[in-house]
Write a protein that binds this ligand. Sequence first.
Ligand code: DAU
Length: 337
Amino acid sequence: MGKSVLITGGAGFIGSHFTEYLIQQYPDYEVRVLDALTYAGRRENLAAVEPHPRFTFIHGDVRDRQTVQQAMQGVHYVVHFAAETHVDRSILNPDAFITTDVYGTFIMLETARRVGVERFVHVSTDEVYGSAEQGAFTEQSPLQPSSPYAASKAGADLLAQAYYRTYGVPVLIVRPSNTFGPRQYPEKLIPFFTLRALHDEPLPLYGDGQQRRDWLYVIDHARAIDLVLHKGQVGEAYNIAGGNERANIEVSRLILHTLGKPESLIEFVKDRPGHDRRYALDDSKLRALGWQPQADFETALRETVLWYAQHREWWQPIVQEQLEYRKFVEQWYTQRQ
Ligand code: DAU
């Protein structure tokens, strides 16, 4: 039977890929996107699905009870992506992280409780566990977030768990690792460094560049959420790992090689305060449901970098804002030490 799905933050990077994926995979689903269209949410990210008769766009904020109430009417499934997501921004301006990620999630859960939905997927992050000096975190590992962003996501994650235990809201939590692919806002490492390299500008690598992240291709991420939404056990959390742990300096070199630019563009700069050294997840619980990543990291990274090189019209309107914000970040970090 066809389901009605509400996707918050669907005009953002991962949300828009998931929206496209769901519409393609389920020909009888009705899909609604609720998005506040902040700096990172962009209507053009939904261009492929906008004309679709089963798609509806609602411009609104997850912190607005009335908007959420209306958007959730008649909905079977909720997938809640909407959040402020960039660690550097959270260090300079934490306010929006607390109001959107924590309070916004509270409004989403509270509305789901009142309206009554069949399943509610909360998109959390591996950053809630903090830095993994060795080994890999399981879903039972303690939440020890480092940045205001990670703490706001941990607050939302815990609220989602509480709404399941206290009110029986059918919550499922996913904790994905670093995601990459086309349409990611160019404040995150891969698109930011790609744009810098395209302009022959230095790539500002924090600290010694030896921090490690586990990279997950956005389509594999969408497939994992689809699986958890349909086959996951209510009340459970699922890690999503890319299986591609790399040091930041290795990723930077791969970007430069893809574009035929010299490694001398790498510039070591003042570190991000509270910078997590390494993220690593044990995803055996998700794999037991039948998921495994399909993308080959080097191939997917090359394709992503080339996508940015070939889609200047996508990033040209936003690059200036990002560069200005970035100057502000670097000044703040430098003056702090
Ligand atoms: O792990 C999942 C998380 O991944 C998500 O929950 C976050 O929303 C997402 O922003 C990302 O967090 P990171 O802080 O790991 O991502 P970011 O792309 O900002 O940075 C990746 C690594 O690259 C990190 O170690 C910091 C480093 N970096 C980043 C930038 C933007 C640099 O060295 N220089 C930079 O200019």
